[in-house]
Design a protein around this ligand. Sequence first.
Ligand code: BGC
Length: 444
Amino acid sequence: MLKFPAGFLWGVSTSAHQFEGGNFHNQWHEWERRGRIRSGHTCAPACDWWNNAAHDLDLCRELGLNAIRIALDWGRLEPTQGKWNDEAFEYYRRLLQLIHDRGMRPFITLHHFTHPVWFENEGAFLNGSLLSSFSAYAERAVEQLRDLCCDWLTFNEPNVYAIFGYMFGEFPPGRHNQVRDTAVVLSNLHRAHALAYDRIHELQNHAMVGLTTNWTEFQPATTSAADRFLTYIYDGMFNRSSLQFFRNGSPDFPFGALAPNVAEVIDKIDFIGVNVYNRLHVKSPFEQTFRRTGGLFVPTTCPQGDPGVELPYGESYPAAVCNAVREYGKLRVPIYVMENGVPDESDRIRPWLIVNTLKHLHELISNGFDVRGYLHWSIVDNFEWNEGWTLRFGLYSLDCYTQERSPRFSASLYREIVRANGISAEQLSRFSEPPSPAAPTSAE
Ligand code: BGC
């Protein structure tokens, strides 16, 4: 049995927009209204947490979890600038109480991709003069909720938010190839983090304030200098940006050269989260076939979730956690795996992913890395941004029309692991190989 340290946190991560339903005052709702959700689905009522979160929190209790990450929807709390919605704060107070009643420690994300429409219309994080609005929101949230939570994440995946919104056009505001704006947004997100960090500590002296970043493993397709160089650029731009901000106040080339240095953010981090899912392979785009994707691809033989080789989900890769923890370990603060999972409706590959990610994590802890918890994404299927209801990440499946839940095999597997606080030899041997055939070749 590979045992985890006593007090290790076992949990699930969630977000407001993907779970609550009825978040009509944020920019993702606008995006949906403009027909930008690829699947054509509508988010409402999501997993119906606004009316009944207890249902899924009971499932968490059945799994024996002792932690959960939720998010607040800023648009719900401040639908008009400066006008706060007390009913929404009451909802979050009740939600936190339900979490405590079930013996779980809550982590709150202040910004999980969504913010009010008025904030978006004024330029969001591209507009440096708006950063005080974010810290005012953080301040209000902490004042209202501090008796029920002391673990705060300012942002979920600043790298994904900036790059998907301003380079790939996949997230609102849907811009393409705006390298300079991407750099400014990244820099402003970290400035906003620093402002909120100070405010939260003034209001709650025992608060722990961090953020979580996405780590995608980039693998050069060959040992050629061109493939390795491109891999190095992607890795620096995407994976290491938050690390560089917290260490130096500025990310690597090219973003570092395009945005102001943010010295005030250095060391303002009490814990770091890493969200680890996948690996993308990198081939120099000078070859025609790889031009469209900027050289990124997934070999058909790799383990894959339901989108197959489609980007950005790509290869399901348990060892992604290794470099993520090694690199972010340089910050010398506690580390949490804040998200890990795979879109897998039939639970074909998820058990293998869970067991093997945890096997790597156990080894990292044995080697001295201060990893304090693992939170799976997620407890139930939820609204997957542009992919709507087509991608299924839940330990439990959800029929969004009837709101019926049913356990996947992974739910009982995770329960066994959580209860044992470790992975058994039997689980390790049963899931040592990815299922064969490894993956579908398309997302149909
Ligand atoms: C995001 C989640 C999302 C998950 C699966 C993460 O990058 O934080 O909101 O559902 O990936 O794609």
